[in-house]
Design a protein around this ligand. Structure first.
Ligand code: SF4
Length: 315
């Protein structure tokens, strides 16, 4: 295990902090901004109502949405944290606008001398080649990530949660992004309705063999005022217990390749009062510590099961 702990700087998985330190030689943080975008799964272009779990204010920091410029949001963010940062276009679909609008917003974000690059959260059906070319044009001088919401590789789940895109569209976006010097991060959710443990692990096995650079793992959190909260209260599904999540997330870590950066290991809500379920009564650092201990107990690490074959095609 000595070799593994050296690879991961004392941890048993590849953290985003480690990745950024290796790349830039200093601590780098993500500074979130809200550019006032909407989402094609809400405004009718793809669908109405959005994904059944989605309530953006629950996971985005409060901002003066639409009332304050990107540059000014960055100046406010800099008062809370010092140092270099990546500007994170977080809520909604941050490639969903005309190219000239996107360029203006991204250029504005990179005006600050401490901005090392961009992280762009978006949907896989919202990245035409001209958008990818725009992002690629920044890569000579800046560090660029695109974060694709996928959540599951299974089309039946994507339909159930009303994602408005399928797995093939995601795969197409990944292959069109790869090779452009843009880093690719994929969001997945553990515990979606109708999925078995094996379904979730299959999603990870499939991702592990695609040209991606990182993942964000969320556990399903049911938030007030969503379709999913209605379904949960009607008893249509259960959320994960902490023990179920812990065992699952460790399996996920084992299945990921060692060079995939793990940007997140659990979901987060800014306001606990709107969280319907699960309520584990554990703080984030306590959960991360349980994951570390479980990896030590199993004497395991990221990539330990990377060579496991996918069992089936996603459906
Ligand atoms: S794609 Fe994102 S912003 Fe749009 S409805 Fe789904 S989770 Fe919400």
């Amino acid at each position: 295990m000595d070799e593994i702990s050296t690879n991961f700087n004392g941890k048993r998985y590849y953290t985003f902090n480690q990745f950024l330190r290796e790349r830039f030689g200093c601590k780098v943080y993500k500074l979130p901004v809200d550019a006032g975008f909407t989402c094609p799964n809400r405004d009718g272009k793809v669908g109405y109502g959005g994904c059944t779990y989605c309530y953006n204010p629950s996971f985005s920091p409060p901002t003066l949405r639409g009332k304050i410029s990107i540059y000014d949001q960055i100046q406010l963010g800099k008062k809370r944290k010092k140092g270099k940062f990546l500007v994170y276009f977080q809520p909604y679909t941050n490639t969903y606008a005309e190219i000239k609008t996107l360029k203006k917003l991204y250029d504005e974000a990179l005006q600050d001398k401490n901005a090392l690059g961009l992280c762009i959260g978006t949907r896989p059906d919202c990245v035409p080649d001209e958008v990818l070319s725009l992002l690629e044009s920044y890569t000579e001088k800046y560090h660029i990530w695109v974060e694709y919401g996928l959540q599951s590789a299974h089309d039946r789940t994507l339909r159930l949660i009303n994602r408005g895109h399928n797995f093939a569209q995601f795969e197409d976006a990944v292959y069109r992004t790869a090779g452009r010097n843009i880093f690719i991060c994929v969001h997945i959710i553990l515990g979606l309705p109708g999925e078995t443990r094996e379904d979730m692990l299959e999603t990870v096995r499939i991702l592990s063999h695609l040209p991606i650079n990182g993942v964000k793992i969320h556990h399903l959190q049911v938030i007030e005022n969503t379709k999913m909260a209605e379904d949960y209260r009607e008893g249509k599904f259960n959320t994960l217990s902490f023990d179920e999540y812990l065992s699952l997330v460790v399996d996920v870590i084992e299945l990921l390749p060692q060079n995939a950066v793990i940007q997140r290991l659990l979901g987060d809500v800014l306001d606990e009062s709107i969280l319907v379920s699960p309520r584990w009564n554990l703080k984030k650092h306590e959960i991360l510590s349980c994951i570390d201990k479980e990896l030590v107990r199993k004497d395991s690490y990221q990539g330990a099961r990377y060579h496991e074959q996918t069992t089936d095609k996603p459906c």
